[in-house]
Structure formats: C-alpha cells, structure tokens
Design a protein around this ligand. Structure first.
Ligand code: NAG
Ligand code: NAG
Ligand code: NAG
Length: 334
C-alpha cells in the first residue's frame, strides 16, 4: 500500500514536471520594460545627444565603469525570455521640472518630458504590441530632486527643515503624476523604485548626512501615501478604462538599497568615504585629464555620485530582481 502510493506520488511528480516544462515551452510572453529615470538608469540617451559622459572614462554612455542595472536585468531575463527594453532615462533626469536646469544640462529631461517621449513613440507604433506583450514600466528618479532642492535651499539660506518638507511634498506629487499618467495611458503594471539613500554617497558632506538621511526617510513615507492615493484613484476609475486595469507597485523604500553596498562580496574597500575619482565639474560636462583609480570595483562609487558596475550588478540581481519577481513583474525562473 505504501509502495503503491509512493509509485502514484512519483507519477504525480513526473506529470507535474512534464506540465511545468510544457508551460515554460508555451510561454510566449514578451516582457516589455519601459524605463524612466536619471543617470543611474541612462544607457546612452544623453551620450547620443550630447557626447557625455566622457567615453574615455565611462562605459558606453553609462554613468559607470561598466554595464548598469538596466543592462544586468536585461541580460539575465533575456537568457530565458523575450525581453524588450525602451529606456527614456537621461543623465540629470528629475521627477519635477523645477529641478531641471536646461542651461547647465541641455540633455537632461524631466519625468513629464520622458513620459511624453514614450507616449509619442507609442502613438507612432514604435513599441510592438501583441497579445503576448506585457508592458511594464520601471521608474527610478534616484537622487537629483533631493540634491538639487537641498543645494538650492542651502545656498539661498532657506531654513533646511521648511525647504526639506517642500522638497518631499513636491517630489511625491511629481512622481504620483508620472505614475498616474502611465497608468492612464494603458501601462497596466507601473513600478516605482524608491528613493536611493543619497546620504551615503561621497558627494554629501559628512555634516549634512543626518539631514539628507531624514529627508530620504520622509520621501519614503510620502511615496507610500502618494502611491496609495494613486491606486485608490485607479480602483475608482470607470470599469473598462485603462486606468481601472492598472496598478502601481512601490518597490519598498530606500532601506534595502542602502543594504546593498555593505552586502557585496568580495566586499568593497570604500563605500561613502571616497569614490574611485571625482569630477571637477560634473559627469555631464567634458573635463579632459581626469585620472581614474586603478581598481574601480573596490569602490561602491565610481565617481562622487554614481555607483560602480559591481554595485549595479548586485543592485539588479540581488535587490531589484527578487522584488520584481515578488510582484510577478519579472519571470521567476531566472
Ligand atoms: C538585451 O539583451 C539582449 C541579449 O543579451 C541583447 O541582444 C539586447 O541588445 C539587449 N537590449 C538592450 C536594450 O540593451
Ligand atoms: C542654471 O545653470 C546656469 C549655468 O551653469 C547657472 O548660471 C544658473 O544659475 C542655473 N540656474 C538655476 C536656477 O540654478
Ligand atoms: C522633450 O524635450 C525635448 C528638448 O526640449 C523636446 O525636443 C521634446 O519634444 C520634448 N518631448 C516632449 C514629449 O515634450
């Protein structure tokens, strides 16, 4: 009896294995990722328009010494699945237009412009759409709004607490508009990557780290409320409308991003203390003669604000991917 049930058990397992492999073989899903953000996410848009960052020290239009997180996610998913990437992120990208200085950085685009460029491409039929297409947006405006807003406040002598509250409120409003627009335009799965823990970057002076850290915590809290409000609106949208089918996924808060650099193995020799090199002006301004350190992957930060490719790889594969998989925004068999 025990023997028979064991045989039946084995048979059931064997059948399950067969049907699983059939399911995989039949998976025609095309994962189409529409990507928005700043230099951490740009895979060559600013380089195509403006020739920066300097190809002598940066990798193929990435603001790093090698591939960035978009490249790593694409590489991993593409090994088993059909993946399409449409990346609208630009170096200097910001969520709020008020934080854009187009005189200084003519090739940077804010979230409204990036979203508009996507919608224009969609209208022109540049994004393949079939019954197997899953269109998923990923937005990561990692740091610029906080940095620009805080720099403006500190140089104008504004009260940091008051200015900080305004920065947080504005950022939450701009991101809520961005994700609501995508949802309304027929992107059913809209993912928002949280604020990065800017306080750990070498750019931030030690005495300012506690203030920046508070600001980042406040952004984390504000985004939870903002995304909740957008999802409530989507839930109340007329049945059958694009919005009623959409959902916004906030992928946690800044804390998990902060835990990546200390977890990387082999361990970084330097995290916040110093980067591999510092740009005298900005990575968005060509400055010949910069000397890069010998072993960039000893550093969490390649320059004063941008992570090294080793960080990008860990962020992509050990941080972001499992979170996308948790919400079924990426296939689980990679
Ligand atoms: C994604 O990865 C695949 C496979 O490595 C590659 O052929 C494709 O060009 C990549 N797409 C982008 C946008 O980098
Ligand atoms: C924008 O950048 C220009 C050139 O660097 C600078 O002169 C100007 O003050 C900046 N504007 C703002 C609003 O920061
Ligand atoms: C984004 O900005 C660029 C530069 O100003 C402009 O050429 C482009 O038309 C803008 N896109 C949208 C959708 O407004």
């Amino acid at each position: 009896m025990a023997g028979a049930s064991r045989i039946v058990g084995v048979l059931v397992l064997a059948l399950a294995a067969v049907s699983l492999s059939v399911a995989y073989a039949a998976d025609k899903t095309v994962y189409q990722y529409i990507i928005f953000g700043d230099s951490v996410t740009d895979t060559g848009n600013v380089f195509k328009d403006g020739g920066v960052p300097d190809p002598a020290i940066y990798f193929k239009g990435r603001f790093s010494n090698g591939p960035n997180w978009v490249d790593y996610i694409n590489e991993t998913l593409s090994s088993k699945h059909k993946v399409q990437i449409f990346n609208y992120a630009t170096g200097g990208g910001v969520a709020c237009r008020a934080n854009l200085n187009s005189t200084r950085y003519p090739y940077s685009r804010d979230a409204v412009n990036q979203t508009g460029n996507f919608l224009a491409d969609l209208a022109k039929g540049k994004l393949p759409t079939t019954k197997d297409t899953r269109r998923i947006s990923l937005s990561w405006f990692a740091a610029n709004d906080v940095i620009v807003g805080l720099t403006r406040a500190l140089t104008s002598g504004a009260d940091p607490a008051t200015a900080g509250a305004q920065i947080v409120a504005d950022l939450a409003t701009c991101l809520a508009q961005h994700v609501a627009t995508l949802a309304g335009a027929g992107v059913a799965e809209v993912a928002l990557i949280p604020q990065s823990p800017v306080q750990v970057s070498p750019l931030v002076l030690d005495y300012l780290r506690p203030l920046v850290s508070q600001l980042v915590d406040a952004v984390d809290g504000a985004l939870v409320k903002a995304v909740e409000a957008v999802n409530a609106q989507l839930g109340a949208a007329p049945a059958g409308s694009a919005a009623s089918r959409a959902h916004v996924y906030l992928l946690g808060d800044s804390k998990w991003i902060g835990r990546i650099a200390p977890a990387v193995r082999p361990a970084f020799k330097y995290i916040s203390e110093n980067p591999c090199f510092v740009n005298p002006v900005s990575s968005m301004v060509l400055t010949p003669g910069i000397k890069v350190c010998e072993n960039p992957n000893d550093y969490a930060f390649y320059d004063e604000i941008h992570p090294s490719t080793t960080f990008h790889k860990w962020f992509a594969l050990h941080g972001l991917l499992p979170r996308l998989q948790l919400f079924r925004l990426a296939p689980r068999d990679v």
